[in-house]
Design a protein around this ligand. Sequence first.
Ligand code: NAD
Ligand code: GLY
Length: 379
Amino acid sequence: MNTSVSTAPIVTSQIQIALGDRSYEIHVGEGLIAQQSPASCLFPLGSAALIVTNETVAAHYGLVLEQALSGHYGVVRTVVLPDGEQYKNWQSLELIFDALLRGAFDRKAVLYALGGGVIGDMTGFAAATYMRGVPFVQIPTTLLAQVDSSVGGKTAINHPLGKNMIGAFYQPRLVLCDLATLDTLPAREMSAGLAEVIKYGPIADMQFMEWLEVSIDAVLNKEPQALAHAVKRSCEIKAWVVGQDEKESGLRAILNFGHTFGHAIEAGLGYGQWLHGEGVGAGMVMAAELSFRLGLVDTSFVSRLKRLIERAGLPTRGPVLDAADNAGRYLELMRVDKKSEAGEIRFVVIDGPGKAAVRSAPDSLVREVIDACCAYGPH
Ligand code: NAD
Ligand code: GLY
């Protein structure tokens, strides 16, 4: 394993996501937005482009994307949504549809998601449903979106009773991970993104986990080579999983390691209190602890994963959601999960390092895990 930090320029990587006639490429490199020119351009053909972004990202990258697109489409417009997980809802979706209908965008229009996972998930859902489906491109600007949410075609909005409960599988035409956009990403968001990077190790690639144990500080410090490797390897693993099970009839569920507990934390505290990646961080510790109590891994594996999550700057304990019956509240929230079957919660567990499985577990055991892994106070 090469752990030395190289100063060589970042070479753009291309990862193919193989889904028959819906296959597409993920490009990972520095300055990719600005590099698109009318002469050499990855953008799909179309009658017009609508950029969907939020107020924060628009201020940084709205203009550069508008400029890149204006050489390619006759009409380029932008809709700027409010920023935050709490706005991942019908009202924001309506703002996208308003912009499309007021601008008379037709079926050949292309939507561009410029932002993190919230913008990407909502833009994808709007693209899936506007005129029964128009093309869209993902331009993820958070680490989390570059390593996970922009790839694989899961699109959704939240419902007050459950996270990502309303949505569709709908693949983008292209994913452009421009590493330069991470320059402006705050440290807390870098940590949140690392949760989704970390998950790929225990579920699929222990060598990647070992690399991350050595390189995590370099990734947090946005050292270009480390960042490029983290994004590229994460996208490769995700593309491999999605290529085999696009609609989550089996294997793809492993990508939700830590998410059953994490989604309960997000919904239980109110969306936007803890970041998605923070919920996943504490959720992975809980899922690893459950794996241990099911006899699938030993305590040293749980401690090792916990240490990595801690070093990423993420919480390793869940919050107390209900002082009277905390475990009961988690169980109630976790039953509203897309993996649940006939009211039975299904957990992604680690079935030996580098291998994941989906299992149910007795409520009494899950209660023990929650009691052992939750704490009062700030994380
Ligand atoms: P986010 O979209 O809310 O972005 C985080 C914050 O960073 C926001 O305030 C945003 O405005 C800001 N931001 C974005 N890019 C920036 C930049 N370059 N510089 C400065 N600030 C920037 O959150 P996220 O963590 O990217 O995504 C979380 C969402 O992704 C959740 O809703 C989650 O459910 C979803 N998700 C979806 C999938 C999927 O497969 N579709 C997978 C994982 C997560
Ligand atoms: N983030 C989980 C998935 O894409 O399936």
